[in-house]
Design a protein. Structure first.
Length: 256
């Protein structure tokens, strides 16, 4: 079995309360062929000190002026070298077998370009519920257009995808991941790992999941894909109905 190397990109901003648990979840992996790249997006708390206390050659720390999560992930990608790039937000954690199971899937499927897992949701440090994602093993573009069911911290992407599809769009806030996954899934097959190997946190005080900027970004993304000329009229109607249900009534620029 080939032991693929993973570059784990961790963007962080003022996460002194969670960054240690996040890092420990990677350092405690049962699979040890990885590098960690922490992109500090201008933290003003003790995040810097906590990370620098780790005397581990596999951890690279990079500071940047505050530019947002998309820019931080892009910085991580540009400073990575491995063929496979894993994402982990600094308030989330991984199961100890996350990378081992991912490596097994890659070895069993040479066409593994984009991999995601089910995840557990934690609220106020307590297990809130299990998230069973829509399971796609193949082309998932249309399903992802309905809504984003993939947690960023569960994702592993082959470098080729970024070379072909570009990096995260830094103008989007709170939906930059969905935009990226759509661009990748339009060209590449995706693979789903059914185990809940990612622990996702929703008790963040600075959550931007439903901000006005996020809503505006989501609408722009949907309009762009609806008007791309790649979808049938029937598929467009299905996408609109899902968006209506999930996000309330949206004023689409598409006329069909």
């Amino acid at each position: 079995m080939i032991s693929h190397c993973f570059d784990v990109i961790i963007p962080t901003y003022n996460r002194e309360k969670s960054i240690e648990n996040c890092l420990e979840s990677v350092l405690n992996q049962t699979y040890n062929n990885y590098n960690i790249i922490v992109i500090d997006d201008g933290s003003a708390d003790n995040t810097n000190k906590i990370i620098k206390n780790y005397k581990n050659k596999n951890i690279k720390y990079i500071y940047q002026d505050n530019s947002g999560p998309a820019a931080a992930r892009n910085n991580g990608i540009l400073n990575s070298e491995s063929d496979y790039i894993a994402f982990l937000d600094s308030d989330d954690r991984w199961d100890k077998d996350k990378l081992k199971v991912t490596n097994q899937l890659i070895n069993n499927n040479e066409a593994s370009f984009f991999i995601y897992t089910n995840f557990q949701i934690y609220k106020n440090k307590q297990l809130y519920k299990y998230a069973k994602c829509k399971s796609i093993n193949g082309y998932g573009y249309v399903e992802l257009l309905k809504y984003c069911f993939i947690a960023t911290s569960s994702v592993v992407v082959k470098r080729e995808c970024f070379n072909v599809c570009g990096l995260f769009n830094e103008k989007y806030i709170g939906c930059e991941d969905w935009d990226m996954w759509l661009r990748i899934s339009k060209k590449y097959k995706i693979n789903h790992i059914k185990e809940a190997l990612t622990y996702y946190t929703i008790d963040s005080e600075d959550s931007i999941a439903i901000s006005d900027k996020t809503k505006k970004g989501k609408k722009e993304i949907i309009d762009m894909h609806l008007n791309s000329g790649d979808l049938t009229i029937r598929t467009k109607k299905i996408i609109k109905s899902y968006q209506y249900y999930c996000n309330g009534r949206l004023e689409f620029s598409d006329k069909n």
